[in-house]
Design a protein around this ligand. Structure first.
Ligand SMILES: Cc1cc2nc3c(=O)[nH]c(=O)nc-3n(C[C@H](O)[C@H](O)[C@H](O)COP(=O)(O)O)c2cc1C
Length: 229
């Protein structure tokens, strides 16, 4: 698949078919994704690829936690607030999601149901957790953001490569909302930070939610040009 097409067509998938993802495709995709650049070639990423019974166990534990009202706190927590412009951009995409799902502003039950679907990775049969070393990222002298940046680059590669295998993806903070569950189920030590989960699987194109096209501010709003007419 052409890179331009991959970039243009990539979108977050929020309804997956249950069909399992072949291990071979995932291995090939991750091998390719590893070509991402990183600060001084440190390659600060690690992956935990989870499917089958283990993933079912995680999804159930996430749902149980949410039902019990236990707030999820990811290793890199959800932002406390979103200043402008970020808040309006966040609201715009949220509004589109709720419209497509037919969820009203005040419909608490449906909103909760949708949150649960997110915690269950929108039905994805597989997830790639992206991990990095806690001590490299959070040394005593102050945070080092570069490993997070680099992990973002490898995550982008994964998401851009997925359609080559007819797969869809969504990066999800929700997927790492209960890091304790993941540590216990997968044997991940405290020395690793769980940055992100990328849900991956075959998109259910019949679900209107996958028709969502998120907006982008125009280039002239986010760029200044210097030194050339
Ligand atoms: C780091 C990161 C975390 C995200 N977490 C979630 C999430 O927990 N739930 C969700 O529905 N979407 C999540 N998203 C998807 C974004 O909402 C989505 O990328 C954005 O709205 C742009 O839409 P697009 O990916 O379809 O272009 C996340 C994206 C990123 C990059």
């Amino acid at each position: 698949m052409e890179i331009v097409e991959a970039i243009r067509e990539r979108k977050s998938i929020r309804a997956f078919k249950p069909d399992p993802v072949p291990k071979r495709a995932l291995g090939e995709l991750l091998e390719l994704a590893l070509r991402a650049p990183s600060f001084a070639n440190t390659q600060p990423w690690e992956f935990a690829v989870v499917a089958g019974d283990k993933l079912e166990k995680i999804k159930q534990a996430y749902a149980d936690n949410a039902e019990a009202g236990v707030a999820g706190v990811a290793d890199i927590p959800y932002p406390g607030e979103f200043p402008e412009l970020y808040d309006s951009r966040r609201r715009a995409v949220g509004k589109k999601v709720f419209e497509l799902k037919g969820i009203g502003r005040e419909d608490r039950d449906k909103r909760k149901g949708w949150q649960l679907q997110g915690l269950r990775l929108f039905g994805a049969p597989c997830v790639i957790y992206v991990l990095t070393d806690r001590s490299f990222c959070l040394p005593p002298g102050g945070a080092n953001p570069w490993p997070v940046f680099d992990c973002g680059l490898v995550a982008a590669n994964i998401m851009l490569l997925a359609p080559r295998y007819e797969l869809g993806t969504i990066a999800q903070i929700q997927a790492v909302a209960y890091p304790g569950v993941l540590r216990e189920t997968l044997g991940i030590p405290e020395s690793k930070l769980l940055l992100l989960g990328i849900a991956i699987g075959y998109p259910d194109w019949d679900d209107p939610i996958n028709g969502l096209r998120s907006e982008r501010d125009p280039l002239d709003r986010v760029s200044t040009w210097h030194g050339r007419e």
